[in-house]
Design a protein around this ligand. Sequence first.
Ligand code: 5AD
Length: 331
Amino acid sequence: MEKDEIIRLLSDEAGEKELFDRADAVRKKYVDDEIHLRGLIEFSNICRNNCLYCGIRRGNDKAARYHMPEEEIIETARRAADMGFKTIVLQSGEDMFYTRERMSRIIAAIKKFDVAVTLSIGEREFDDYKAFREAGADRYLMRIETTDKELYHRLDPGMSWQYRYECLLMLKELGYELGSGIMVGLPGQSIESIAEDLIFLRNLPVDMAGIGPFIPHPDTPLARTSGGNLHLALRTMAVMRLLLPDINIPATTAMESLHPQGRIMALQCGANVVMPNVTDSEYKKLYQLYPGKTDVDKAPMHGFGKIGKLITDIGRTIGTGYGSHKSNLSV
Ligand code: 5AD
């Protein structure tokens, strides 16, 4: 698919039903009806970066900060594994308290629970990524956020788009299953730029792609900007499914923050993954990247509960394996 065609599909509001049906059919053909659940642990909201859009940016002094002790992270993962999660996602701000050694210890301990481990902890050095991989980490998520370098540098002061891209290449080289993605509806982002983002993700290529609408956070410099449009975000995700038919695509929490049915809608136009939050609620409420973060499962530690029912209600099943990208079934 060429850029012009991608732009046409992204812009075609009236024809989106057709796009969604096509993405849903491609999803069914390539990754079937299983929805893979990942237990998400938000283990620290301390971050050295100052991204203008993010609620846990360094400069937000209204955010109460926490980082979970090592044992508590491992214990949370153990409970999630006991519940049946086959993947644990460890996400945090860029918190250097979690040194190479400490992070490696946590990963190795969690790997004993017979789960795939996904990291989402941002930019590090090659030797850190290598150590985490050797400790057992299987996958890594790091959104490129936007491929418009000027926009990126405006929104992520002090960071380097080029280094972020190089991190993605390092992770790939180390054999991680690689996830990346973007936000849709950033101030100053054009449809053409989103089309370029999709081509970037296809060319990497990614094993997983997370696409979510930008939602302004009141305690950030972007508080008064208008946020992303759910339907444009869904169209972006649907086109992603057409570009890389067999990858893993989550129905993102941000979609649900904009619409109570947002995640279900996403699962019916290309998505095949949901990441329920298994973090203890005292921490979870402090991990506010954007406002209105909803929780499908109010009590996630008591079974798949509500999300399990939502999945079967739309005629899908809960994945029983690790839910790796097809080309990498070994975990
Ligand atoms: N709105 C939507 N998504 C956001 N993220 C960060 N801040 C926001 C926001 N205000 C996303 C980024 C990041 C991911 C963990 O959360 O894309 O990579």
